[in-house]
Design a protein around this ligand. Structure first.
Ligand code: FES
Length: 108
């Protein structure tokens, strides 16, 4: 994970796991894969290097996850890592809107 202390923008991925037959949660919806995807995106330059990605707490929207909070900005729902490219693009847009800076160019 990126160093938080020197980061321009913090991105928290709810990785909370709720247990029970009817307990929906980000952890059950693939949050660990989202976290790994975003970490890799910082490492390979698809997200700016001064973005810190870290596990976060439950944001209270457990049935809409995986949920990602841009600290000081948006709370994003349904950031599924089944489509890595879309997830990274969505977070890049939110980071640019909330933290400033340029959005990384798309690969199209
Ligand atoms: S489990 Fe992620 S918002 Fe509650």
């Amino acid at each position: 994970m990126s160093a938080v202390s020197t980061s321009r923008c913090r991105v928290l991925v709810c990785t909370n796991q709720r247990f029970g037959a009817s307990a929906d949660s980000c952890g059950r919806r693939g949050a660990a894969e989202v976290l790994a995807t975003l970490d890799a995106a910082v490492a390979d330059g698809r997200l700016p290097p001064d973005v810190a990605v870290a596990p976060g707490p439950c944001f209270g929207h457990c049935t809409k996850g995986p949920n990602v909070r841009i600290v000081g900005g948006d709370l994003l729902h349904g950031i599924a890592a089944t489509d890595h490219e879309w997830a990274v693009a969505r977070i890049a847009e939110a980071v640019a809107a909330s933290c400033g800076g340029e959005k990384p160019s798309s690969s199209d």
